[in-house]
Design a protein around this ligand. Structure first.
Ligand code: ADP
Ligand code: ZN
Length: 622
């Protein structure tokens, strides 16, 4: 029988099996239990769920009834509720996947007030029928709190605008005395202001965490053969790990998924063009099974709370830093080391520019988009700490992190000013002489003095710039071109075969007034680290972090196999049963009694009771 303590730290320990609150969690939980409203801004993986789950449990135990959790992610409610059940918390969801009878049964339990949390989509919460039920609970003092998850959905500035969220103001108008907590991982100031205004949270206390994700290592490499680079990256650093690979097009998603599969990497495709059934199956497998790589367009990932995604790779450049940060943020929610890896090249720059230029949007909007793209390009070309730049973009000051490619292997910098001037003047002369513009390949050939057919055809070997850049290799010149496009000193004409055109901004570079400093191309893409051991099969991050011996590794593998079985039986993702880190800690400790198990992070009272004996048996059998 579980004791019914109401102290937040006891609930944290007893129900979730965690030692301590993280960052601002304790303050948030206290504030909400005390009846205050809160706006919580915390990065992905920061631990937002506990911020409303613990107040819901505490207030329920104090006789305040039911907490309503508004969430836009119907597909994930099942797993969220399942995870609470595993921890011994009475939670239910109400959404369109339930039959009328099932929903009716949940509603009756809700009205009796004997459920701790109800998860529901915003469109349901604001129906007259549901509001009438809330009225009934409220009159009896059985409405404990409202949690509004993914609160940025209320803002049109956010990336996932949901008009239904706007109607949620009714909660405040109708139940002013019931505490509300709104949560989001979206950092920027406009969205934040919008949330406050739209949800009438002016009186709410704001809890803003650092957006840093220290366990994520950022690495941006120059693209030469992206597929081969990706394969190398996964094989060297992430064998057997779960990861996400983002590609721009559906076609590329399919190709890459096939290529990875051919190389014995378990990969599945995900994009909006797939049959919904297939897409759902692939998502379920990614969530439920160990070590699957999801190859996806950005259609994938919203609300995916799988904690053990060990890497996020971008094979094509995203549109802006917000998107990049959100996508990479899906790595390493469990706090263990994870990688954010991106390959980018001149083509990415050209494509993104062109998409903006060709979009039907107004000029003002395009200008904003270009500015955002430039910020991302500057990040890609940066020679200093990536994290400092990322955080600065979100308005947070920091110092060099020691855990990004540039900090670990400071890149050599070279002065590309001369090469830039030569490139621009070649483009100018070609245009003068032939009356038409050419693409990057041809311009570089001229500068490097290559006598190609095209050069001969247009008589470009007679240009005064022919061959004056023979000392530069193509990779260097591509770097210069990227930089020039990034700073607006060169334009790409998408309407005319991606030809290069001078701009107003070219003049300053031609005159030598703007210096162009570039990172030296490095052919070795990533610093190899934890996988540099001679062991043929690499250890997962959790096992590595726990420093497992060979015996320990065997116990860890056995525990994972056992967990997979339990997860299948319960129809839940494996991590909902136990996290990797918990299994690794068990494997390291090799416990012989329930008391030994008790102190391990992630083992609460309910899990100890349900699985303790089993776990001991598995460990002792190895
Ligand atoms: P978010 O919703 O902010 O992305 P989650 O609530 O999913 O983050 O939490 C991320 C992970 O961290 C989860 O697996 C959760 O169990 C774990 N976690 C949260 N708070 C703590 C804590 N105080 N101690 C240990 N683990 C925690
Ligand atoms: Zn750094």
């Amino acid at each position: 029988m579980l004791s019914l303590t109401r102290a937040p730290s006891s609930i944290l320990h007893e129900v979730f099996g965690y030692e301590q609150f993280r960052g601002p969690q304790a303050a948030i939980v206290d504030h909400v239990i005390g009846g205050g409203d809160a706006l919580v801004l915390m990065p992905t993986g920061g631990g937002k769920s506990l911020c409303y789950q613990i107040p819901a449990i505490a207030r329920h135990r104090a006789g305040h009834g039911v907490a309503i959790v508004v969430s836009p992610l119907i597909a994930l409610m099942h797993d969220q509720v399942g995870a609470l059940h595993e921890a011994g918390v009475e939670a239910q969801f109400l959404n369109s996947t339930l039959s009328l009878e099932e929903a009716g049964a949940v509603e009756r339990r809700m009205l009796r007030g004997d459920v701790t949390l109800i998860y529901a989509a915003p469109e349901r919460v604001t129906t007259p029928r549901f509001l009438a039920q809330l009225d009934s609970l409220h009159e009896r003092g059985k409405l404990s709190l409202f949690a509004i998850d993914e609160a940025h959905c209320v803002s049109q500035w956010g990336h996932d605008f949901r008009p239904e969220y706007r109607a949620l103001t009714v909660l405040h108008e109708r139940y002013a005395s019931v505490p509300r907590i709104a949560l989001t991982a979206t950092a920027d100031a406009i969205t934040r202001e919008d949330i406050v205004e739209r949800l009438q949270l002016e009186q709410a206390r704001q809890f803003v965490s650092s957006f840093d994700r220290p366990n994520i290592r950022y690495c941006l490499v120059e693209k030469n053969d992206a597929t081969a680079q990706l394969l190398r990256f996964i094989e060297r650093e992430h064998e057997g790990d779960a990861g996400i690979v983002y590609c721009q097009s559906r076609k590329r998603v399919e190709e890459i998924a096939q290529t990875l599969s051919r190389h014995d990497i378990q990969a599945l495709p995900y994009h909006a063009g797939l049959d919904p059934q297939v897409r759902q199956t692939n998502q379920d497998r990614f969530l439920r099974e160990d070590g699957i790589v999801m190859v996806a367009t950005i259609a994938f990932g919203m609300g995916i709370d799988k904690p053990d995604v060990r890497f996020v790779a971008h094979l094509d450049m995203p549109k802006n830093i917000e998107g990049y940060y959100q996508e990479t943020g899906r790595a390493g929610r469990d706090g263990l080391p994870a990688d954010a890896w991106m390959a980018y090249g001149l083509n990415d720059v050209v494509n993104q520019r062109r998409m903006i230029d060709e979009s039907p949007a107004g000029e003002d909007f395009k200008q904003v988009m270009r500015g955002k793209l430039d910020a991302l390009l500057a990040l890609a070309e940066a020679t200093d700490c990536r994290r400092v730049r990322l955080l600065a973009y979100f308005g947070e000051a920091s110092s060099p992190c020691g855990n990004c490619d540039n900090c670990l292997n400071p890149p050599k910098v070279w002065d590309g000013t001369d090469a830039a001037r030569k490139l621009l003047s070649t483009i100018y002369r070609v245009q003068q002489q032939s009356g038409i513009s050419f693409g990057a390949g041809h311009v570089m050939d001229i500068l490097r003095g290559k006598k190609t057919e095209k050069v001969a055809q247009f008589g470009h070997e007679r240009l005064s710039t022919f061959g004056i850049g023979a000392q530069f290799c193509e990779a260097q010149l591509r770097g210069v071109l990227r930089q020039l496009i990034a700073i607006g000193a060169l334009a790409v004409d998408g309407q005319a075969f991606n030809t290069l055109k001078l701009t107003e901004g070219s003049r300053a570079v031609l005159k030598g007034e703007t210096a162009v400093r570039l990172r030296e191309s490095v052919s070795s893409p990533v610093a190899t680290r934890r996988r540099s051991t001679s062991a043929s099969k690499a250890a997962p991050a959790a096992a590595a972090a726990a420093g497992l011996t060979e015996q320990g590794q065997a116990r860890f593998d056995a525990l994972k196999a056992w967990r997979a079985e339990v997860a299948r039986e319960h129809n839940l993702p494996a991590y909902v049963i136990f996290h990797d880190a918990t299994l690794a800690a068990i494997a390291a400790l090799s416990p012989t009694s329930l008391t030994d198990l008790q102190g391990i992070s992630g083992i609460g009272a309910k899990k100890l009771e349900a699985y303790g004996q089993e776990v001991l048996r598995v460990v002792q059998q190895v």
